[in-house]
Design a protein around this ligand. Sequence first.
Ligand code: HEC
Length: 297
Amino acid sequence: MPAKKIQQRLTIAVFYHIPAFFMVLFFLITPTPSFGTPDNEEIREDIRKFQKFFQNRFPTVKLETYQDGVNGLPQYSHRIKNWKLLSSVPIHIREIRGMEKDWEQSFVDGSSLATCFSDKPPGNQYPYFNGTSIRTIVGDINDCLSIHSEQALNANGAKMAKLVAFYKSKANGQPVSIDYSSPMIRDAYQKGRQYYWTRRGQRNFSCASCHVQNSGNQIRSDVISAALGQSTGFPVYRTAWALQGQPWRTIHRRYASCHMQAGAVPPLPQSAEYIALQVYQGIMNTGIPLKVPGRRQ
Ligand code: HEC
C-alpha cells in the first residue's frame, strides 16, 4: 500500500475511529435517567460496565492498581519514580501507626473509640446501613465521642482524617465490599450516581466530565485520575499539601476541592449528598483492595 494511503488511514483511525470508540463506550456506561431505586441486578450491571470502561481505556492497568489514584495511570509514568521515592519514606504510615494510642485511650467514662468500634464492620465495608441510617467512619467516630460526653471532632480535620485512616488501614488488602441489599443504600447509590454525572458550577462540569471522559488527560500541571478506585486510598497524605502544613485530606474534603474547581459551592462534610457520593463510589470500586493511607504527590 502506498505510504500516502497508509498515512490517510492512520489519520482516519486516530481522528475518527478511536475517539468514536471511546464515545460509544462512554455512552454505554452513562447512567440512563432512572426515577426509581435501582435493584441489585441493575447495580451489578452498572459495576460491570463501569469497570469495563476503564479496562478498555487503560488496558495495561490492573483493577487493584486503581487504589493508587493517578499514580497508577500510564499517563503519569513520568512522575512514578518520584512517587515511589516519596512512598519509600513512610512518614504517612508512621503518623497513622501513632494513632493507636488515641484509638485505645479511655474517655472519662472508661470507654474508648476501640470499644465503640468493636461491633462495627471493617473499613472495606463502609459506608453501611445500620438499620436506621447510613453510617460513615467519620459519623461513627463522632457519634461515639458524643455518646460518651467527649468533644466531637471537625469532620474534615487532620485528627479525624488520621483516625479514619487508622481504622481503615486495619482492613488494608481487603477488597471494597459494600452491602447494597438494603433499599436505603440503593437509594443513596442512585442519588450519588446522579450527583456524579450531573453538570454544575460556572464551568458546567460534572465529576464524570473530568474523571471519566477526561481521565488520563492533562489539566494544567495535573493528570486527571480515573473515577474507578477513587476513595480506596482515602484519607490520603499529599506532599503538595504537606508543604502548606496540612498534608491530610478526608474524602469529603477532597470532594469539596474538586467541587470548587468546577466553580460550584460544595455541600457540607457528612451531608446527605456527600454520603451518597461516597456510597456510589464505594460500590463502583467493588473488588479493589483498600490501601490506606494513600500517598499522593
Ligand atoms: C475540572 C476537573 C475536575 C472536576 C470537575 C472534578 N475533579 Fe476531582 N480531581 C481533579 C484533579 C485535577 C484532581 C487531582 C489529580 C487526581 O488525583 O485526579 C482530582 C482529584 C480527585 C480525587 C482524589 C483522587 C485520589 O485518589 O487521590 C477525588 C476523590 C475526586 N477528584 C473526586 C471528584 C468528585 C466527586 C467530583 C465531583 C463533585 C470531582 N472530582 C470533580 C479534577 C476534577
